[in-house]
Design a protein around this ligand. Structure first.
Ligand SMILES: [Zn+2]
Length: 291
C-alpha cells in the first residue's frame, strides 16, 4: 500500500545538518535528541524499515519524500545525504560505517554541537580529500598502524591520485558515455596479474594489475602483510588508495592501448574477467530499494 506523504508527521524541532552529513548520522542525532533509538526515529518516516543503514543505501524517491517531511526539508536534500543514488558498480566502494574522517571538519562539527556527526565522505572508499574543505582524509580503521602515518610511499603520485578521485566523483554524478568508467578501471586494476615475466620479487604471490601500472604497489602490500586488495574488497587504506586512484588516472589518460597491454598480463579466469569488465559487461546485483 502506498502511504500518503501526509501520514508522516514533521518533528517539532529540527537539528541543522552539518555539511556533507550522512542521512543515518542526521537521523541518529535526532534520535539522541528525542530519546529514542535511531531505527525508531527512521520508522517515523518509513514504518517498514528494518535497519538504519537502509536510510543510506536503499532510499528511493518516495521514501525520501517521507523522510523529508519528517525533517521539514526537500526530498532532493535527503537523497543528497544518502548513497542510494550511486550506480550499482560503486556499491563495494561504500563502507558500512565511517572508515576515515576529515580532522578539520570533525573539529568544526564539534564546535557546532554536532560532535557525533558522520559525513557521507567518511564512508566513501575512494576519497582521499574532504569535499567540504578539501583537506586530506585520515584513516579511522584499526590494524593499519604501519600505514597510518599521514605520508604515503606514493606521495609523488598525489596529483594523479587527485585526478583519479575527481574522475570517480564525476562518474557518480553523470553516466560516462562510451569509455570504460573509472570504477571499472579500479576493478580492472585489482584483477590478479600473471607475475611472469614482470615479477620483481619472488616473494610476491599475488600480483595485481595495479602493480604493473604503479611500481612498488604489490611489494608494499606484501611487505606490510596487508590483505591483497581484490574486486570484492576494493577499499584500501588511504596510503595505498593514493596508488589505486593514480592508477585510475593513468589508465584513463592512456586509454585503450594501455588497457590491451594490461590484458595481456592476465591468464585464464583472470583474463576472462578482465575482458568482461573491459567490454563493460560486468554485472552486480541490484539491491532492493525502499521506494
Ligand atoms: Zn573537511
Amino acid at each position: 500500500m502506498i502511504r500518503d506523504l501526509g501520514d508522516t508527521k514533521p518533528l517539532p524541532v529540527i537539528l541543522k545538518p552539518v555539511p556533507d552529513e550522512l542521512l543515518s548520522s542526521w537521523i541518529t542525532r535526532h534520535a539522541d535528541f528525542y530519546g529514542v533509538s535511531p531505527l525508531i526515529m527512521f520508522r517515523h518516516a518509513i514504518p517498514e524499515a528494518t535497519s538504519l543503514r537502509q536510510s543510506d543505501t536503499k532510499l528511493g524517491p518516495t521514501a525520501a519524500g517521507h523522510v523529508a517531511r519528517l525533517f521539514r526539508t526537500q526530498s532532493s536534500a535527503i537523497l543528497a545525504m544518502a548513497t542510494s543514488g550511486f550506480p550499482k558498480s560503486a556499491a563495494r566502494l561504500v563502507a558500512p560505517r565511517a572508515i576515515q574522517r576529515c580532522t578539520a571538519c570533525a573539529e568544526q562539527n564539534r564546535w557546532q554541537g554536532a560532535a557525533t556527526a558522520v559525513q557521507r565522505s567518511w564512508i566513501e572508499g575512494w576519497r582521499i580529500t574532504c569535499p567540504v574543505c578539501r583537506q586530506r582524509q585520515h584513516d579511522k580503521r584499526e590494524g593499519i598502524s604501519a600505514l597510518a602515518s599521514p605520508s604515503s610511499p606514493f606521495e609523488d603520485l598525489w596529483e594523479d591520485a587527485l585526478d583519479g578521485e575527481r574522475l570517480i566523483g564525476q562518474s557518480l554524478r553523470e553516466a560516462s558515455a562510451g569509455r570504460i568508467s573509472p570504477i571499472d578501471i579500479a576493478r580492472l586494476l585489482l584483477i590478479r596479474r600473471c607475475p611472469k615475466p614482470f615479477r620483481h620479487d619472488a616473494l610476491i604471490d599475488h600480483s595485481t594489475i595495479l602493480g604493473a601500472v604503479v611500481q612498488g604497489f604489490d611489494e608494499l602490500v606484501a611487505e606490510q602483510g596487508l590483505p591483497r586488495p581484490t574486486i570484492a574488497r576494493p577499499i584500501l587504506p588511504i596510503a595505498l588508495r593514493i596508488a589505486l586512484l593514480a592508477g585510475i588516472s593513468i589508465v584513463h589518460r592512456e586509454g585503450p592501448a594501455l588497457v590491451s597491454e594490461l590484458k595481456r598480463q592476465t591468464l585464464g579466469a583472470h583474463y576472462t574477467r578482465f575482458a568482461a569488465i573491459g567490454a563493460g559487461s560486468s554485472r552486480t546485483p541490484q539491491p532492493l530499494q525502499l521506494n
